[in-house]
Design a binder for this molecule. Structure first.
Ligand code: GAR
Length: 197
């Protein structure tokens, strides 16, 4: 299955997906990595791994609709069948969701439905949760609220900083995202999030 990976920054989840895709027994390959932000580290990392990269700067378009129309067109040109959001920090509207209905995944650094949106680790520390983690879910029109596919739990330490918690969770993100994509591509996850193995 052809993946289109959308990024906005560092791209470490994109790298984890690319490393998984490089294995002989992995059922997907990255057709294109697209960033909406120029000059980000993720674009350099993707190019260094020999992946096809594209920049679609949302600021070059008059509105969200025009930006998404170009994004859809580009992903279709690369024959993308599954869109993987990997630190992609733009909201996607109904137009985009419809174009890839049930074939858009996202990784989020909390145990959803807790702490959707931004300032995720700050929220976790402010609430004093003892366990946080990460979630791979299907993307719907509702922010961070689509069906949950896979999660990993991570302990929160007594004196945790945002950076320390984020790093501990990121390690798990790099494990579960490639695994969720594999399960999805192999048909073990249905569009309602149920794991059928
Ligand atoms: C990751 O922690 C990812 O879960 C988060 O942004 C980071 C991107 O890192 N995504 C979100 O918060 C989306 N709501 P990366 O660019 O190194 O993969």
């Amino acid at each position: 299955m052809n993946l289109g990976v959308l990024i906005s920054g560092r791209g470490s989840n994109m790298v984890a997906l690319a490393q998984a895709c490089a294995r002989d027994d992995y059922p997907a390959q990255i057709a294109v990595v697209v960033s909406n932000q120029p000059g980000v580290a993720g674009l350099d990392k993707a190019a260094a791994m020999g992946l096809s990269t594209e920049l679609i700067d949302h600021r070059d378009f008059p509105d969200r609709d025009a930006f998404e129309a170009r994004l859809i067109e580009l992903l279709q040109q690369h024959n993308v069948q599954l869109v993987c959001l990997a630190g992609f920090m733009r909201l996607l509207s109904r137009r985009f969701i419809e174009a890839f209905r049930d074939h858009i995944l996202n990784i989020h650094p909390s145990l959803l439905p807790s702490f959707p949106g931004l300032r995720v680790h700050e929220q976790a520390l402010e609430h004093g949760v003892r366990i946080s983690g990460c979630t791979v879910h299907l993307v719907t029109e509702d922010l961070d609220a689509g069906p949950i596919l896979l999660q990993a739990a991570v302990p929160v330490q007594q004196d945790d900083s945002v950076d320390a918690l984020a790093a501990r969770i990121l390690e798990q993100e790099h494990q579960i995202y490639p695994e969720a994509v594999r399960l999805f591509v192999e048909g073990y996850l249905n569009p309602h999030g149920a794991l059928s193995i």
